[in-house]
Design a protein around this ligand. Structure first.
Ligand code: CDP
Length: 797
């Protein structure tokens, strides 16, 4: 029962084998493509190559047609018509009919809470309405987004709607990326950027309106901004604040913001039928792919949206969808095409925008997305939603000091939001890949991030803004005092806080860097030690997550590990064993990349993404600028490579020494080759056999293993260092230390010295025992406050 307009064009069935892969429509030059032989990095096509890529009549697939339509549209549409189209689209958004009432509400109060369904037009329209009404004449209209992707993509969309270049009247600012100019009137930014601006100017003088968007996401930064904005509003009666959200406990918000008004903007949504599984299901990627193919085969018009947890899962699902489609074409040669579109934060912005383009006539689009598509980005045309019920979420446990990025169940509110994505344009269907009982057992709503995060950075920022009493700060949902006290202790050990909790000069400098305080401390230390050049490169490299690409196939992984091993072998003779590790390796990688003249081939060879290297390079430049502005010494000492690396490790240790660990067992003199191979082939087995890479984490008295992908395990010659510092602890099957570096024992002595000055009550400015007992957390905190001394017998337990 394929309707005529859904019938495929006649040429489609003739050449099913020449259909292009879903990746083919990713045109980014550095897209890494994984195949059986390892990886192939595609360069951005030159003009001639691009022409060659445009298929002749025989090559045809959904994705390719998608591209053709897009190109034709770009070439053919007159600008005037485009403008008219945009005006029509804008007028058609649900929020449009509330424009006048909304403006009135903004004018009558200082704070306004706006609740409207996802896609009603809050993020893109409110800022424009306010500008049209003259609010931007007195200052910039600033809108925060919890995600980088959100800030960039919404800004691009609004610039398009305003018919201006990005960075002109409409701009955005994200960490290490500023696209604004003195002409900018509407500025989208991440909540982290506004938080940093509050540091420089707590009165936010350049703004006339602040809109905290996506408030329901409850990111740490947005939560902190709630508190800060309350203080700023009291001093700046002319400043307007809007809190916008899809779903929200409006009573609680209104009460928090001095009983501010709540403005509802009903969306235009259609009913969505919900389907549950009869039996619980584990392999949700497989189930999601099968469900999508079945929908494609059996259901009528409408796009599909699949929610998965991250990039790798999404790529796997896209590959499997492609394979299933090939099979389907064989069975049913006249099957309509399926355009497969991935959507995750690390996707280049140009690729992200493809999600918003409608599928060409005669095809169906399937968007395979992370949680971004839940409320941040609205994908039009979705009728079928596939919800496996999982999300990747950060967590932090103050008692163990461990940060985690885990796949966890979503909440019921999130499940409802996801289902709602299917009812935007017509009645939809949502396939929940879990049972009704499982749904009933989900937590009602997600715990705010602030209650499950490491708060060091936030506290440093608050302190730098003059908030002395952190425990007394007016949080909407106060974090566990254990988390706050733990973070303040860490800042004290870093030398950022005085024993009485006030900021030190070092702390003031640290607060200027948009970095984890451990790394801003290392940078400040580097300017004293005379190794700023290397530390800037290293910290920039550490700012990129997963710099090494690990292919999904076993062979590919082995190849990539071999290349990394080569890299470590190169330096192993030049760096003293006791300070070797991931940090020197990362620096060596960066320097080698510079030596290669930033060559993409180099990246390809060493399994790193050129895009990531360029990003690190950009970050380095910006950190360098901050060092200059802050007048931190940039003069480096000269010396041999090993001396350079020693200075680097020493400075790094100043930032990481709270994360010190001592080797638990002496490793054998040389590591047998078969064990080395096992490390790469069977991670778990390797851990069982690799007890010599077990360390005792000093301030917790707990055992942890060096992460199997660490340079310390991959480099063949040297021994495991006696003392190391680690970047972070993660708990998966075991407790692992990631990004480790050897240090000298005497470098750690300063920690013991500083511990002597620690008086937690003095530090936090409250009688901690009183605070804690009033919160019935006495037991949890007292174990936390008494720093566990290093005790091997305790560790052994
Ligand atoms: O903020 P809210 O969820 O209420 O809606 P919005 O993000 O302002 O989206 C309004 C419309 O703009 C939707 O139809 C989106 O699909 C569209 N949009 C877009 O085309 N491109 C973007 N980058 C963002 C939104």
């Amino acid at each position: 029962n394929v309707t005529p307009e859904l019938a495929p064009p006649p040429k489609a069935e003739a050449q099913p084998k020449k259909r292009r892969n879903w990746r083919d429509h990713l045109t980014s030059y550095d897209e890494v493509d994984n195949d059986e032989d390892g990886i192939v990095v595609k360069r951005r096509p030159t003009n001639t190559e691009e022409e060659e890529r445009i298929p002749n009549e025989n090559v045809y697939s959904g994705n390719e047609k998608f591209k053709q339509d897009e190109e034709r549209e770009l070439a053919e549409k007159p600008t005037k018509k485009e403008v008219m189209d945009i005006a029509a689209v804008r007028a058609n958004l649900p929020i449009y009919s509330f424009r006048e009432d909304l403006i009135k509400a903004v004018k009558t109060g200082q704070t306004l809470i706006v609740i409207g369904e996802t896609g009603s037009g809050k993020s893109t329209q409110i800022s424009q309405y306010l500008m049209e009404e003259g609010f931007a004449d007195r200052g910039v209209i600033g809108i925060t987004q919890p995600r980088r992707v959100g800030a960039v993509s919404v800004a691009r969309r609004v610039a398009e709607e305003c018919d201006c270049d990005i960075g002109d009247m409409v701009g955005y600012s994200v960490r290490f990326g500023d696209q604004t100019s003195p002409k900018t009137k509407i500025k989208y930014m991440t909540d982290g950027v506004l938080l940093r601006e509050c540091l420089l100017d707590p009165m936010l003088k350049r703004y006339s309106v602040i809109i905290l968007d996506e408030a329901h996401e409850r990111s740490v930064n947005t939560d902190i901004l709630f508190g800060l904005m309350k203080m700023t509003l009291a001093k700046r009666p002319d400043l307007k604040l809007l809190i916008t959200s899809a779903t929200l406990d409006q009573g609680k918000f209104s009460h928090y913001f001095n009983n501010s008004r709540v403005f509802f903007c009903p969306g235009r949504s259609y009913p969505v039928d919900i389907f549950y599984l009869d039996e619980p299901n584990k392999d949700y990627v497989d189930k999601a792919v099968r469900t999508a193919i079945r929908i494609h085969e059996e259901e009528g018009k409408g796009d599909i949206l699949i929610f998965l947890t991250g990039q790798y899962e999404i790529e796997e699902a896209c590959n499997r969808l492609e394979k299933e489609m090939q099979k389907l074409y064989k069975r049913k040669p006249d099957m309509q095409d399926l355009v497969i579109v991935p959507l995750y934060a690390a996707l280049p912005p140009g690729e992200q925008s493809k999600v918003f383009q409608p599928a060409p006539t005669g095809t169906r689009k399937v968007v395979v997305a992370t949680n971004i598509a839940e409320t941040s980005l609205t994908v039009e045309g979705v009728v079928f939603v596939i919800d496996p019920g999982y999300v990747k979420q950060t967590g932090f446990n103050a008692t163990t000091g461990m940060e985690s990025l885990e796949v966890v169940y979503i909440s019921q509110v999130a499940a409802q939001q996801r289902a709602g994505r299917g009812g935007r344009t017509r009645p939809g269907k949502c396939y929940r890949l879990y049972t009704k009982t499982e749904y009933d057992n989900l937590i009602p709503s997600t715990v705010p991030e602030i209650q499950r995060s490491n708060l060091c950075n936030v506290i440093l920022t608050l302190k730098a803004m003059g908030v002395g009493d952190i425990l007394g700060f007016e949080f909407l949902d106060p974090p566990d005092p254990v988390l706050l006290i733990d973070a303040m202790k860490q800042l004290f050990f870093l030398g950022a806080l005085q024993p009485d909790g006030s900021l030190t000069t070092v702390g003031e400098k640290m607060a200027k860097f948009p970095l984890d305080p451990k790394f801003s401390r290392a940078l400040v230390a580097a300017s004293e030690t005379g190794c700023t050049r290397d530390m800037l490169s290293l910290v920039a490299m550490l700012s990129i997550e997963n710099i090494f690409y690990r292919p999904s196939t076993k062979e590919g992984r082995a190849k990539s590990d071999d290349k990394r091993r080569e890299l470590f072998e190169d330096i192993s003779g030049h760096v003293p064993d006791e300070i070797t590790g991931d940090h020197v390796a990362l620096l060596y990688l960066y320097d080698s990349w510079l030596d290669s003249h930033k060559d993409n081939k180099f990246c390809n060879e060493y399994f790193v993404q050129p895009r990531h290297m360029k990003e690190a390079d950009d970050i380095r430049k910006q950190l360098h600028e901050i060092m200059e502005t802050e007048k931190l010494s940039l003069s480096d000492k000269k010396g041999r490579y090993s001396e350079r690396m020693e200075r680097l490790s020493l400075a790094l240790c100043q930032g990481l020494y709270i994360n010190a660990a001592k080797r638990f067992n002496r490793p054998p003199e040389a590591k047998p080759k078969h064990l080395r191979e096992k490390i790469n082939n069977d991670e778990d087995l390797a851990h069982n056999q690799y007890q010599d890479y077990t360390y005792v984490v000093m301030n917790r008295g707990q055992l942890a293993l060096v992460h199997p992908q660490s340079a310390v395990l991959l480099s063949p010659q040297q021994q495991a260092p006696e003392w190391i510092v680690y970047g972070d602890l993660v708990q998966t099957t075991r407790v692992f230390m990631r990004t480790v570096c050897g240090v000298k024992e005497e470098w750690l002595e300063v920690l013991h010295e500083r511990k002597k000055d620690l008086n937690v009550s003095k530090l936090v400015g409250r009688d901690v025992r009183e605070v804690v007992s009033s919160l019935k957390l006495a037991q949890a905190v007292s174990t936390e406050i008494v720093d566990s001394k290093y005790d091997e017998s305790h560790a052994e337990e």
